[in-house]
Design a protein. Structure first.
Ligand code: CA
Length: 239
């Protein structure tokens, strides 16, 4: 299928970069390579956990598509090791089953997104573009935000609590920034999915709850997020 003029335009606009695909099923990695290349991304495929980890460290991809079930080291462990090194490259997990989704979410690995197989390659590409856009977004029109002990700088994408740096994933950062940019305003989970994740709420709202929980646990006693029961979340200065 030929790309539409609009697709060509967005291709010209977007910052291209290398996407690392860590996937042991050749049919899937071939498909992802084709779709991602068509969008202007460079693609490198690793077919097992250890080589995925090593390419992630040496190639500095803009995003990683990470299968959970992999030979050698499984995807959750690859993610854990990267995060332990302080590597916050956006990671999109591919899970084969719902119980793998539970594992990915439950381990609080610092994944940016996940998608369940079988997936549409178009959907994966849309998600990759979304995480890359969010991770690279440096909006100079937004000044630093402060709330309670938390300071957040949208330009440098740094967050501190009482001047101590806090490591957030791209998604966690954007979620907190979005809430802090609208002090006291309550957002529903659906609103957050559409405004922070940037796509319709097809993944279900549980992912919002998980990311909010991760941000809150990282902010610890400096937490500024309030759960509004039956509605959603808001950020405000703690009383
Ligand atoms: Ca697999």
């Amino acid at each position: 299928m030929n790309p539409t003029p609009a697709a060509e335009q967005s291709r010209a606009d977007q910052g291209k970069g290398l996407v690392l695909v860590v996937e042991d099923e050749r049919a899937i990695s071939d498909l992802l390579r084709m779709y991602l290349s068509r969008e202007g991304f460079g693609v490198h495929v690793a077919s097992d956990g250890p080589s995925g980890l090593s390419f992630a460290r040496t190639l500095h991809p803009v995003a990683i598509i990470l299968d959970v079930g992999l030979p050698g080291i499984d995807g959750t462990e690859v993610c854990r090791q990267l995060r332990a090194d302080g590597d916050w490259t956006p990671i999109l997990f591919c899970t084969a089953r719902d119980d793998e989704v539970d594992r990915v979410l439950g381990l609080e690995l610092g994944a940016d997104d996940y998608i369940t197989k079988p997936f549409s390659p178009r959907e994966v590409v849309a998600r990759v573009k979304s995480v890359v856009r969010r991770a690279s977004r440096a909006n100079t029109s937004e000044g630093p935000l402060a709330m309670g002990a938390i300071k957040l700088d949208p330009v440098t994408r740094r967050v501190t609590a009482n001047e101590v740096a806090i490591s957030l994933t791209a998604t966690e950062f954007d979620l907190l920034a979005h809430l802090m940019a609208h002090p006291g305003r309550v957002f529903s989970r659906e609103q957050l999915l559409s405004e922070v994740w940037g796509y319709a709420a097809v993944v279900g709202t549980r992912t919002v709850d998980v990311h909010v929980a991760q941000v809150r646990s990282k902010l610890a006693e400096s937490d500024v997020i309030r759960t509004v029961r039956g509605v959603g979340y808001a950020a405000e200065t703690p009383r």
